[in-house]
Design a protein around this ligand. Sequence first.
Ligand code: SF4
Ligand code: SF4
Length: 210
Amino acid sequence: MSSIKEYFSEAGKGLKSLVTGMAVTGKEFVTPKVTECYPENRATLKIADRFRAELTLKYDSEGHHKCIACGICQMNCPNGTIQLTTKMVDLPDGKKKRKLDKYMYDLGSCTFCMLCVTTCPQDALEFTNDFEQAVFTRGSLIKQLNYRPEPADSTPAAAPKPAMDPEKLAKIKAEALAKAAKIKAEKEAAAKAAASSTAPEASKDETNEK
Ligand code: SF4
Ligand code: SF4
């Protein structure tokens, strides 16, 4: 008798367990999904803005970046990840200016510490959240950040100086020539005076010797 009672008790427990499991399964059927099906969902995938994937220069709508090639980011990077080269360029106003030539960044050695971004005085750098950076060689991880063609410098060209009035120029020339002739005449007069003052003394010395 006790074995029949035990049998139905265990059957009841199994049935209860089955109902509990089916309740959990049924609940998950109607709960919204929290997992992502990557890469099938690549088009709709949303990565958090704060995710640091790759260093980049900020560009404005005209294709200008704000880097002035000061080298502070390179000095502050603990891994030697940034290598800058600079060049001197001629400006339209005739002056020379040091500009960024190549901004090389090695993603393979970057630890995403953000020191370069936070210490840049120009706010020229940022991190993108583009996480798909898989490549086949380490060399492919070295990137030139100033990859866009340099827009023309917007510094306005200096206005050409107006030509001098020919009459005024001739007058200045004549004055300069007259001044030079006067100085020359004064010098010759002074030289003659010096020669005449030393001549009697020389003849006196000759007489004494005799
Ligand atoms: S990115 Fe900023 S810190 Fe680095 S060289 Fe350019 S201006 Fe200087
Ligand atoms: S995030 Fe850090 S390691 Fe990466 S380039 Fe900037 S300073 Fe260097």
